[in-house]
Design a protein around this ligand. Structure first.
Ligand SMILES: [Cu+2]
Length: 510
């Protein structure tokens, strides 16, 4: 028996032995999700079956490519075909966060790149174009390709050129593709990845909604949400210290009007990838349980899963039903990434309540924080500040948006605080007595007894030094000019001076 064959048969034997030994084990668990094609011998019914179903039949077909979060329709074929894929590399500036631009390198103009869907056994004729406006050469390594470099060796493409190679999609599954041109890490960090689904011969089980989501980590010279065009930071990338961790390449990609949607009672399938380049994803949907996960994008599935691990350069297919309306939050459950680096997306479910499943009180702000706010005012202020024409009113509006979800959780929406716990900011004599001191309070936090308007507090405010200078300035300007307060405007330079002159212990955030 050849090594290769042993690999294929051994898992079958092991599964068979396990099933025999644990009487009454549910037949479905760990079994292949779909029946094998009729022609496959029983001994070969494992996920490792390679699907060479002979030469392509019929006229060549052109693959339908879609931009995220959309997924192409099923191939709907019962025979192998020749499938032509045309993908163009485009380097372009796009928004990575509200008011923050980044020069992305893309497959098809989006991050992740276009979704490719073929059937196991198809012969894929791949055309890679590199737009004439590109500055860099690029290529493609598809993890669904059997052959050296996954296509990379045959697809090196200079700006304004096109290359072509052909492969047979032997293995079914969900695969990452990415650029593999040196420096590889930089090409991936700039957004050069996407997913290719190789359907099983009998197709995927029909569901009501399918979506395409890929996580990636990004490295900018500026701090998180620092406005303007941000260059790539090679040292942060080497240190694996991302500024942003994002779904679909932008903080705004899947929130607000761009949230993915479903209706109560529907089944949802998410094709989820992780482009990396560095981080592993603990993919979770807050408020949902995956009925099934085809972990690692392979053939086997796990059931009733809370969080699934998606390696860099890997994928998973998650399936669930939505029973109750509301906002479901997709996160990387390495949770600082969700709330402080952007790894957050929304699935908005509409339809009637079902109080037998969930009582129905929905508080969006618990998990959404400032993502529920409209941060456009922040961009307006940043642009005005850049041209030296920011008005007090613009700064207050930007500060209001940022206060919401940042300070409001403790000091409350109306600035009144909570008796004995959080001091008021509205009408605070302590705050207004020394406006500059407030900058230090936000950057470094506050502990120990304080007296505000005659009431004493002795609690802890955590340092909020993750906020950038503009954000602190805008928030404090808003706070000092709201709810009856009448104070000065705080500038980003004021904040920068306090930040620089603050001694912090080794390792503390700046
Ligand atoms: Cu590239």
């Amino acid at each position: 028996m050849s090594n290769d064959r042993a690999h294929r048969i051994l898992p079958t034997l092991l599964v068979a032995m396990l099933l025999v030994s644990c009487d009454g084990a549910r037949e479905s668990s760990g079994q292949p999700p779909q029946a094998a094609p009729p022609s496959t011998p029983a001994s070969e019914v494992t996920g490792t079956t390679r699907g060479d179903f002979g030469p392509p039949q019929g006229e060549p077909v052109r693959a339908v490519l879609t931009s995220p979060p959309n997924v192409p329709p099923p191939t709907g074929r019962d025979h192998p075909a020749k499938v032509i894929v045309e993908l163009e590399v485009i380097e372009q500036e796009m928004e990575i966060s509200e008011g923050v631009k980044y020069t992305f390198w893309t497959f098809g103009g989006t991050v992740p790149g276009s979704f490719i869907r073929v059937r196991q056994g198809d012969t894929v004729e791949f055309h890679l174009k590199n737009n004439p406006s590109s500055k860099m050469p690029h290529n493609i390594d598809l993890h669904g390709v059997t052959g050296p470099g996954g296509g990379a060796a045959s697809s090196f493409t200079a700006p304004g050129h096109e290359s072509q190679f052909t492969f047979k999609a032997l293995n079914q599954g969900l695969f990452i593709y990415h650029c593999a041109t040196a420096p590889v890490g930089m090409h991936i960090a700039n957004g050069m990845y996407g997913l290719i689904l190789v359907e099983p011969p009998e197709g995927m089980k029909p569901v009501d909604k399918e979506y395409y989501v890929v996580q990636g980590d990004f490295y900018t010279v500026g701090k998180y949400r620092e406005k303007g065009l941000q260059p790539f930071d090679m040292q942060k990338a080497i240190d694996e210290n991302p500024t942003y961790v994002l779904f679909n390449g932008s903080e705004g990609a899947l929130v607000g009007d761009h949230a993915i949607k479903a209706n109560v009672g529907e089944s949802v399938r998410l094709y989820v990838g992780n482009g990396g380049p560095n981080l592993v994803s603990s993919f979770h949907v807050i408020g949902e349980i995956f009925d099934r996960v085809r972990y690692e994008g392979g053939t086997y599935y796990q059931e009733n899963v809370q969080t699934t691990l998606i390696p860099a350069g890997g994928a998973a297919i998650t399936e669930f039903h939505v029973d109750v309306p509301g906002s479901y939050v997709l996160v990387d459950h390495s949770i600082f990434r969700a709330f402080n680096k952007g790894a957050l997306a929304i699935l908005k479910v509409d339809g009637p309540e079902d109080k037998t499943i969930y009582s129905g009180k929905e508080v969006d702000s618990v998990y959404l924080g400032d993502k529920a706010a409209d941060l456009a005012a922040v961009t307006v202020a940043a642009e005005a500040a850049a041209s030296g024409e920011m008005t007090l009113d613009q700064q207050i509006k930007a500060g209001a948006a940022l206060y919401n979800g940042t300070c409001s959780v403790c000091h409350q929406d109306n600035g009144a605080g909570l008796p004995d716990v959080f001091p008021p900011l509205a009408g605070s004599d302590f705050l207004m007595a020394d406006p500059k001191r407030a900058i230090g309070i936000v950057l470094n936090g506050l502990t120990g007894p304080v007296t505000v308007n005659g009431a004493s507090f002795n609690s802890v405010m955590p340092p909020m030094s993750q906020l950038n200078d503009d954000e602190v300035a805008n928030i404090l300007t808003f706070v000092m000019n709201s709810w009856g307060n009448k104070g000065p405007a705080v500038s980003a330079d004021d904040v920068a001076r306090v930040r620089v002159n603050t001694q912090r212990t080794e390792g503390a955030a700046h």
